[in-house]
Ligand binder design. Structure first.
Ligand SMILES: C[S@@+](CC[C@H](N)C(=O)[O-])C[C@H]1O[C@@H](n2cnc3c(N)ncnc32)[C@H](O)[C@@H]1O
Length: 298
């Protein structure tokens, strides 16, 4: 429910033709945002051509979709409360074994690269937040005999500073830096093998996400992998309840908005294909409730 596959999948090729002719980054940003906006705007009308289920899904989603910002997205939001939300998210991630799920999604790519190239696999994580996944990735890869160098990053210096302290405390090799996920111009071409972003792409507009993917593929020679929650009704039962258990009103506020902002898998495919016209784009569902967008060199 809420994926609109029946209504949206059949128009992806047409939308790619209409919006795929961008010439520079600012046109890409605009094209991706307009493409997703039009997909959403015309969904209700298109759903009339399908079964009643498509119509109900479109109607329900019209009520749920929102542009409301999360606290995490407000530049002037109290830094201490921002860190509190990131801490609550980290506890939630541990509670649902999210980091293990993310590692299992990435491991085949890391393994493939390591076996092909026989050298350290360089991974850049964007929007790392607590940094716990970057640290866990490095630890787990080492246990699995994979040679991996992990760099974490985030837009907000207070998160990066906290991550550096955690990395030093556990004598980890993971380094952290301040980076804006949709402006990677300071990074050299091919500096990494993989660029990864977890549970963050719903924070970005379709245009910003397209910029992030496009620039990631200059910086990473193998692939961009974006993992986010799956747009679905089921999560409305789980995530706010978890927020109550985490005892964080700010986390509940942000997690409910998050659920309303998750992209559908068709939207992710459309954005990925617009951003990377010559790459392979794969979108799939990962149990229990994640969507995974992988854009890789063809
Ligand atoms: C929901 S948290 C996800 C954190 C972490 N990846 C996780 O899975 O727990 C979103 C993160 O995106 C970061 N963020 C927001 N805008 C950003 C931007 N433009 N560039 C880089 N990071 C950004 C926030 O600071 C926050 O740490």
């Amino acid at each position: 429910m809420l994926q609109h596959r029946g209504t949206d999948q059949k128009v992806v090729a047409q939308w790619l033709q209409r919006y795929g002719n961008w010439q520079n980054l600012s046109e890409l940003e605009q094209s991706a945002s307009e493409a997703v906006a039009e997909l959403r705007r015309t969904r209700w009308r298109r759903s009339a051509e399908g079964p009643l289920r498509d119509r109900c899904e479109a109607a329900l989603d019209t009520l749920l979709l929102t542009d409301q910002p999360e606290y995490l997205d407000m530049p002037d939001f109290d830094p201490e409360r921002r860190v509190g939300i990131i801490d609550a998210l980290h506890r939630f991630n541990r509670w649902v074994f999210a980091y293990h799920r993310f590692y299992r999604i990435l491991k085949p790519l890391i393994q493939k690269r390591y076996l092909e190239q026989g050298r350290t696999v360089r991974v850049l994580e964007l929007a790392s937040g607590s940094g716990a996944f970057a640290l866990m990735l490095a630890r787990q890869a080492q246990r699995d005999g994979l040679d991996v160098a992990v760099t974490g990053s985030d837009y907000f210096p207070e998160h990066v500073e906290a991550c550096r302290l955690k990395s030093a405390a556990e004598a980890s090799t993971v380094t952290f830096r301040v980076l804006n996920a949709f402006d990677l111009s300071e990074l050299p071409k091919g500096a990494f093998d993989l660029v990864v972003v977890t549970q963050s792409i719903h924070h970005f507009s379709p245009g910003q996400l397209a910029l992030m993917i496009h620039q990631s593929l200059r910086v990473a020679s193998m692939a961009f992998v974006g993992i986010d929650g799956q747009r679905s009704l089921g999560l409305y039962a789980v995530v706010p309840t978890a927020g109550v258990l985490m005892r964080s009103a700010d986390f509940i506020h942000d997690s409910v908005i998050t659920l309303r902002k998750f992209y559908t898998e068709t939207e992710l495919e459309l954005i990925g294909r617009l951003a990377a016209r010559t790459h392979d784009v794969d979108v799939r569902t990962a149990w229990p409730a994640y969507s995974v967008l992988t854009v890789s060199a063809a």
